[in-house]
Design a protein around this ligand. Sequence first.
Ligand code: LLP
Length: 432
Amino acid sequence: MLTENLGVNSAGHLTIGGVDTVNLAKEYGTPLYVMDEDLLRANCRKFKKSIDDYYDGEGLVCYASKVFCCRAVCKIAIEEKIGLDVASEGELYTAISVGFPMDKICFHGNNKTDDELTLALSHGVGHIIVDNITELERLDRIARKIHKKANIMFRVKPGIDAHTHSFIQTGQIDSKFGLALETGEAFEAVKTAISLENVNLKGLHCHIGSQIFEIEPFELAAKVMLEFIAKIKNELGFEIRELDLGGGFGIKYLEEHNPPEYDEYMKRVSVVVNRECKALGINRPFILIEPGRSIAGPAGITLYTAGAVKTIPNIRTYVSVNGGMTDNPRYILYQAEYEALVANKANEEKTERVTLAGKCCESGDLIGENMPIQKVEPGDIIAVLATGAYNYSMSSNYNRVPKPPVVMVKGGKTRVAVKRETLEDIIRNDVV
Ligand code: LLP
């Protein structure tokens, strides 16, 4: 099976965290997101242990909540003693609602509103990642007005090409995110920040992309950032005390994917960090990382019920499911690939290739094309694997389709973490 938490029981049904997925579909209905809380927590712990080990406890893992944000997952992050990366007031508000420790929050965004900055300042968010000079000046002004000091980092583009899908490359110079190093823009921003009264420049941040399998781009980014920290020290006499290296570690979506172990990334990057700090004569900054996909992605699956099976001779077979781009827009956006299987025939051979289609009025509404799968009949339960990241969080109500619930599996027990949307929810904000 794709991930270690999946199995097949004596009934020939797919299990997740030891729980029968066909029973889950019966009990909670489909479409259904299922999250294996044990695996999610284990992934949090792996990252936390690596950062504790390799940086002598001088670091913090901030789960990138954009991949899957709800109150339950924020509570899990608190319990696992990790921090949170939030990128909007909605994500920040979710964290606030469960009493998240604000010193462990990184607040991102390339165009934060005054309301968002005010919310972050008034709650004492520990790390506001400032994206640009306009934002820096606005933040300083708002902080003065409400008598707060803003703890900030700058988002820097280290200019690394991270060999991934071009939509999700963000470290290179042509990006809407952050300040460029090459042009001197980042250096100027640092100079300005040091002179401002209501901001406290603590650190620098970079994020080079997502679903990256190579370790070298991370090593290179760390090196470039540390060189910049040394330049700031040498030329401005100012010490940058924190370095956030972002997220981006790839996960296994298909059998043939072979991402490095998380610990391997962490170890190799820490070797570069420790070596460069010595060579550059700077104190090692406090290190933050923001893994998202690698924490939640492998922990989730989506269950659907198969409807029409339509074979177009010599062309392909479409299997329509009762969800689609509304709960998983990653195929239509990025041609992302997934593995699927018939949950109630999990012990059978995958003898067919089908195109899984969603139910929206949109030809591109597919979960995947020509996917190897068991013979599908209407009423079968289809499981799509590794959907724990960027699925629920990117879901929509297109065609006024209600969003599926999220059920958590822990120690063989299940609970609803997010309720299924109802038709009432769909019309809740309509005014006639
Ligand atoms: N930190 C920052 C500043 C980010 O922008 C991101 C992701 C992360 C951390 C987490 O990256 P991860 O560890 O999950 O790769 N929607 C796309 C991915 C967009 C990535 C956005 N930023 C997808 O579904 O593939």
